[in-house]
Design a binder for this molecule. Structure first.
Ligand SMILES: [Zn+2]
Length: 218
């Protein structure tokens, strides 16, 4: 899953107004940020297999440290402690919402991934495989984002003219990246794909910060 992960980030902002939206944007993708780095370092492994699933060319055959359920629990704990220490003003509630955002990644991945998500470090592997159906997976994934956007719009208001259009700018960037992800030909090298993913996570966090700064909590 790609943009669907941002639905929980937008809901998290509605639940914890003191937490910056771009922190939530990085939190929901923390596991994938770590994945991209470990792929580039050659510690986790995946390969590009065109047509592997109708909506994904990725054969993610070895990702125990980022995408196992047990590792996700570790990432949640790490993020909660780090956020509590680095952003004490966000309170324990803010750190808890960050941890939930990190954990949401695994459960949203679970919907679309084929059986490649290990429960423990080396299995058993689970995944409901919605990526087998391009249309259905996109309806679900974009639906999750729209749900998050609804929460965000209802819990904030524009503080400038830009604030009136910024949520739609964010949505447009999300949709454009989602379309690119599914319809552009994949790069030939998995490490290039991982580097491109890192760039897109940073870009989306930046657009999220612009959006957040142009709106205030109701
Ligand atoms: Zn993932």
């Amino acid at each position: 899953m790609f943009v669907g992960h941002y639905g929980p980030a937008l809901i998290g902002k509605a639940a914890a107004k003191q937490v910056k939206l771009w922190h939530l944007f990085l939190a929901v993708q923390l596991v994938d940020i770590a994945w991209a780095i470990l792929i580039i370092l050659g510690i986790e492994q995946a390969r590009i297999v065109p047509g592997f699933l109708e909506a994904s060319d990725l054969d993610l055959y070895h990702m125990p440290y980022t995408h196992s359920l047990v590792a996700t629990a570790g990432w949640m704990l790490f993020a909660m402690v780090a956020y509590r220490l680095r952003r004490p003003t966000a309170g324990l509630g803010g750190a808890f919402i960050i941890a939930l955002a990190v954990g949401s990644h695994w459960f949203t991945d679970l919907i679309v991934h084929t059986q490649d998500l290990p429960l423990m470090l080396d299995g058993p592997r689970v995944g409901y495989g919605l990526w087998d159906n391009l249309l259905l997976s996109q309806i679900v994934e974009i639906g999750i984002v729209l749900l998050g956007l609804m929460f965000f719009l209802r819990s904030t208001y524009a503080t400038s003219n830009f604030g009136k259009i910024s949520p739609w700018l964010l949505s447009a960037v999300l949709l454009a990246l989602q379309a690119y992800n599914h319809f552009a030909p994949p790069p030939g090298e998995i490490k290039i794909m991982a580097a491109m993913a890192l760039v897109s996570y940073v870009l989306l966090a930046y657009v999220a910060s612009l959006t957040d700064n142009s709106r205030a909590a109701r």
